[in-house]
Design a protein around this ligand. Structure first.
Ligand code: KIV
Length: 268
């Protein structure tokens, strides 16, 4: 068991300001929530990646708000001190800010401390609407899995100058709208580092290099149980570890010590 006080938004802000890396993992149930929290993971992301990881679907698109609410409740029951972020699934926030608020309320009532929304500047008014009503928001830019078909597959985003400039503008708009965290997925390491230095909020990278304020991986990927060829930015921490608990502790230590990710191995 860890001895820390519950992780708050204030603590996450302090960590960013102090340059202390934030260790995040996805989590979908109470048993793993207990293991991850005890091992010192600062934030548990109830990701809609559960559609692929737990349900065996081809994308996150079919995941419903009811499924997200169920898994958020499970994670909240196993957790003691970590900051819980719950993904708003496809279709639960695009229609209007009011619909987004109703769905965010459902996730917060199940134990989320923050909700995560994918998309660029077009969701900034929704972010503002939620933040003004007491819902902390994590934005998600770069490769946004709910838009996999629109983006033409799993591709690194912001590779050229125009793409990088657009990403930068979206990030500024989301931060100005009150987003408190920003997930950057599949973004060149140099661009993610530049964004992290330019923004006043913490960035959490996945396939975005070592320059982010923190890192997130899909739990099943870092335990090597997803199957198939692991993607470049993933490391199997169970390999050579004494067990799941040890693997998660190594992940936390490597993120906090700046040893994971290694841009030469995991970066774009
Ligand atoms: O759903 C998820 O697991 C995510 C991470 C990939 C950041 O959004």
């Amino acid at each position: 068991m860890n001895n820390r006080k519950p992780v708050t938004l204030h603590r996450l802000r302090e960590m960013r300001a102090a340059g202390e890396k934030i260790a995040v993992l996805t989590c979908y149930d109470a048993a793993f929530a207990r293991v991850l929290d005890d091992a010192g993971v600062e934030s548990l992301l109830v990701g809609d990646s559960l559609g692929m990881v737990l349900q065996g679907r081809a994308s996150t698109i079919p995941v419903t708000i009811e499924e997200m609410a169920y898994h958020t409740d499970c994670v909240a029951r196993g957790n003691r001190t970590a900051w819980i972020i719950a993904d708003m699934p496809f279709g639960s926030y695009q229609e209007s800010a009011e619909v987004a608020m109703r769905n965010a309320a459902l996730l917060m009532q199940q134990g989320a401390h923050m909700v995560k929304i994918e998309g660029g500047g077009w969701i900034a008014p929704t972010v503002r609407f939620l933040v003004d009503r007491g819902v902390p928001v994590c934005a998600h830019l770069g490769f946004t899995p709910q838009s996999v078909h629109a983006l033409g597959g799993y591709r690194v985003q912001g590779r050229d100058e125009t793409g990088a400039r657009v990403l930068h503008r979206h990030a500024e708009e989301l931060a100005a709208a009150g987003a408190e965290l920003l997930v950057l997925e599949l973004v060149p390491a140099a661009l993610a580092r530049e964004l992290t230095q330019a923004l006043s909020i913490a960035t959490i990278g996945i396939g975005a290099g070592a320059g982010c304020s923190g890192q997130v991986l899909v739990l099943h990927d870092m335990l090597g149980v997803t199957g198939g060829e692991p993607r470049r930015f993933v490391k199997n921490f169970l390999d050579g570890s004494a067990g799941v608990d040890d693997a998660v502790r190594k992940y936390v230590a490597d993120v906090k010590g700046g040893r994971f990710p290694d841009d030469a191995v995991h970066g774009f």
